[in-house]
Design a protein around this ligand. Sequence first.
Ligand code: ITT
Length: 210
Amino acid sequence: MTAARLVLVAATANPDKLAEIREILGGGGVELLPRPVDVPEVEETGDTLVENARLKAVAISDATGRPAVADDTGLEVEALGGAPGVYSARYAGESATYADNVHKMLAALEALPDRGGARRAQFRSVAMVRFPDGREVWREGVVEGSIADDARGSSGFGYDPVFVPDGAGGRTFAQMSPGEKHAVSHRGRAFRALAESLEEAGLAAGAAPA
Ligand code: ITT
């Protein structure tokens, strides 16, 4: 007998993130539906990744009456006091492009007396499922690394061309295949842990269907 799949509506409006979440969860006990286009953009007014993930998941779950899954992610750079962190999407302004954000980060590090030293940094993701009855399950994923001197590579998105994860031979995420990135990334870790928790709670395939 095949276990029932848990159907989740994606809360992300970022197609690059949606593609990664699909790749990471692919083949498991979760089926992912795209974010409905008629739901207005959610203002990310929280001070933490968990608060912002909750705002996005609640909005989509309330609008659709179905369980929703959200991802909130930040890049924390030690020499910049943890910035851009929760403001990663709008680091260089409300309508900043990925390139604008990368440029601002490299310039901010270059302006420091020792160019930011070892440029230590980490990506942090919170992956959260919210059910229409108010239950929620969330997990966090972190990957440590450093910020490169210059942008390198063309895979991935966002800050990938300047993030060098530890243990990958000095390559940036943008110089790795999607599978290599997901194996060690913040998002890969957060969503694999989330899928495991949903399974353990009997909410996704892998557990006996209700
Ligand atoms: P949603 O809120 O609609 O999901 P968003 O792009 O606003 O989309 P976040 O608030 O989580 O998502 O913003 C995080 C930003 O950090 C994102 O816009 C990218 O610039 C960057 N980012 C997130 N994940 C990344 C990754 O895996 N690699 C590189 N940069 C990433």
